[in-house]
Design a protein. Structure first.
Length: 429
């Protein structure tokens, strides 16, 4: 298979051209013939004009690539190596929503031939690839797993907004359903990933490795969030405590915050789901998730308490929330926990203005029913800097004073203004 791809006697199809699929498709297209497939026709039209809808990939990344963008599934029959990079979200009950993934499997099953490969990059629980995805492909195609087609799993490690830890300079985990596929898949990825390849011993090991990367980070941030709640009651600043503790060589420097996004805020639920299916009820992971899911409400409640302490009338008071994306300097609003903060404030009958230099207003309204303000107003009772966008870091206290009323309160979720706010009442996690 690798030789066929190298000689362009076979094509790669990347299914799902979002934050994960597009960079991967373009990187492969520097050396191989690639079909980039996505069900959203409006996104395909932008990609044909060298515009990334996610605004992560610059136009120059499209140059010198052998790629055809399409929303027509019939084009997939031209491929022999399929890479599935579709979203794997959670539903309203915080359980895995495999509909996009299984739909992609059904699509692949319609066009796959004997001898073809399918590699999954979407984050799933251990066992999902072979127990959930493969049967759909078998049923749709009429082919037999391993005998007629090979399957592998190579978890994505894309970090939106990160220009340092990119696809090619982060070690890539690969795996296959047998020795042959493990070798062929590793060779293909090794041809584009400069940092090297780690060949996992099985598909399940590769799936588990991905899911614990984010679960470990989630639990560590949850610890810092719980500590920040305790330190707030004691009356000390969490970031000052971290700064002091970090002088020890083996202290892990995690910070408190709102844990959203499509990875850290989602992946642990996939592992919890699988564990419960096997009769084990995780305690540490679920406790961490519970703490992190609460933090948006917590920040809102502390804001209201501080306003009440200043004798401000809570009902009808004005609060400015700066930032709604799930992390700084990107437009991604998936699973952002700033929404929890906003909704909690609204539950107290507070008037909330929300601004963000990156988020798409229509997308925010469609997804969360929140209208972004076109401009920042005046006379705010409290200002909450919820996301550490670079544009906000350059602002000074005089600016915040100019848009606040008397005795304005400043809430610094990420601690980026520590020691810079002197005249306003300052609070951070």
């Amino acid at each position: 298979m690798f030789e066929k791809l190298k000689n362009k006697q076979a094509k790669i199809a990347v299914i799902g051209l979002g934050y994960v699929g597009l960079p991967l498709a373009l990187e492969f297209a520097k050396k191989y013939s690639v079909i980039g497939y996505d069900i959203k026709e409006e996104n395909i039209q932008k990609l044909k004009q060298k515009i990334d809808p996610s605004e992560e990939v610059p136009p120059e990344a499209f140059e010198g690539t052998d790629i055809e963008f399409t929303s027509n599934p019939e084009k997939l029959k031209e491929a022999s190596f399929y890479i599935v990079a579709v979203p794997t979200p959670i539903d309203e009950h915080k359980e895995p929503d495999l509909k996009p993934l299984l739909s992609a499997c059904s699509t692949v099953g319609k066009y796959i031939d004997k001898g073809d490969y399918v590699v999954f990059e979407s984050t799933v629980y251990p066992g999902c690839t072979e127990e959930d995805c493969v049967p759909v492909i078998e049923k749709t195609s009429g082919l037999k797993y391993i005998k007629d087609f090979k399957v592998g799993y190579s978890p994505e490690r894309i970090n939106p907004g990160d220009k340092v830890h990119t696809l090619t300079n982060v070690v890539k985990i690969t795996s296959g359903c047998d020795e042959e596929s493990s070798e062929e898949i590793a060779k293909l990825y090794a041809s584009i990933v400069k940092a090297g390849i780690f060949k996992a011993s099985s598909i399940k090991v590769a799936e588990a490795a991905k899911i614990i990367e984010n679960t470990q980070r989630d639990v560590n941030i949850a610890l810092m969030n719980e500590l920040s709640i305790i330190f707030n009651k004691i009356g000390i600043n969490t970031y000052e405590v971290i700064e002091a503790a970090a002088t020890k060589w083996n202290f892990l420097r995690f910070s408190p915050g709102l844990v959203g996004g499509h990875c850290i805020g989602v992946d642990p639920y996939y592992l919890v789901y699988k564990a419960r299916e096997l009769g084990y009820h995780p305690q540490v992971i679920t406790a961490g998730r519970s703490i992190n899911d609460y933090m948006g409400q917590y920040v809102a409640q502390e804001t209201v308490k501080l306003m009440a302490a200043k004798d401000k009338n809570i009902i009808g008071s004005k609060v400015l929330v700066m930032g709604i994306t799930f992390k700084e300097n990107i437009k991604d609003i998936r699973n952002t926990k700033v929404v929890d903060l906003i909704n909690e404030l609204k539950a107290f009958k507070v008037e909330v203005d929300v601004v963000d230099p990156y988020a798409d207003p229509q997308e925010v309204e469609n997804e969360y029913g929140i209208k972004l303000s076109k401009s920042i107003g005046k006379n705010y009772n409290a200002i909450i800097v919820a996301v550490a966008h670079n544009q906000y870091k350059n602002l000074d206290e005089d600016y915040f004073l100019s848009i606040s009323n008397k005795d304005g309160i400043f809430i610094d979720v990420k601690g980026i203004f520590k020691d810079k706010i002197k005249k306003m009442l300052y609070w951070s996690l």
